[in-house]
Design a protein around this ligand. Sequence first.
Ligand SMILES: C[S@@+](CC[C@H](N)C(=O)[O-])C[C@H]1O[C@@H](n2cnc3c(N)ncnc32)[C@H](O)[C@@H]1O
Length: 318
Amino acid sequence: MKNELKNMFTEHWKYFAVNAACKLNLFDALENSKTVKELANELNLHEKNLVTLLSALCNNDFLKYTNSKFSLTAKSELLTDKHPESLKYACMNWAGEHLTAWQNLDYSIRTGQSAFENLYQSNFFDYLDKHPDKLGDYHKAMFEYARDDYKHLPELVDFSVHKSVLDCGGGYGAAINAVKEKFPQIECYLFDLPKVVESIKVINIQKIGGSFFETIPQVAEAIILSRVLHDWEDEKAKLILQNCFAALPKGGTLYVIENCADKINIDLSLLSLNMAVMCQSFERTSTEYIDLVQSARFVFQKNIKLNELQTVLIFKKL
Ligand SMILES: C[S@@+](CC[C@H](N)C(=O)[O-])C[C@H]1O[C@@H](n2cnc3c(N)ncnc32)[C@H](O)[C@@H]1O
């Protein structure tokens, strides 16, 4: 038991070794196997410390060492830019400001306020707006999660009943891309903050920049609101929902996609703490989401399980 505890205290070191390798583009540089010297020269690194890092990566199955050369394993291939299912930015996301906020979790537990906001004097999305390099990295990370999470969305939800769909707070467009791919006849819109939509390319999808706290464009019969409400406490979430209501025509549909704690077998408490430190929000149950969305005059229709984490809650504007 004591050893288990002692090991747990430093478990994060493994993640930081891998995170450093991603930040240094070390896995990308190992597309072809290389010696320490070759790597140190190419990436301009301190050779002795590099040897220690490479050794830690080998011992944790992130690298192989044969004939004096280091090469990638299946795990580290997934952390290269080139891999079509790369998780490189997802890996890097949890260091930086996320980590700094987590180090101040006690502040959030004491005050009920976001540790991030206390440290950076800004909410997370305003902070990203002022730091374009971080904005890009965050959205690439979200996309790497979303690409996997929304893969089966168009098979499970019949979007073909709509002529037009808007993905509100859609980030780099993983959900709306999946919809457009399966239903090319649907007019698709991606709505997010101006700097977010400016920084991406989407095909056959119309990009619209704006804020869902101000107004959401009245262009579609259906709105997808995925992993948006969990970023906001009830009052702000209600404002987004009221703007969705105003944007939809009578008979319009709202798809809320969230991690509903009561619909899955995964414990969401750590994820909920992440929302508390970053955004002063929390993961909700399906009943809490339904109450919240119905408070903006929508009527709940049904729910569909999307994957082991997420549920689609379907609402109508009657
Ligand atoms: C957690 S991400 C979810 C992204 C995507 N829907 C997904 O499921 O991966 C929240 C999104 O809300 C967007 N967002 C934050 N504030 C916004 C605002 N005021 N107006 C529009 N979009 C906003 C962010 O830029 C981000 O893309």
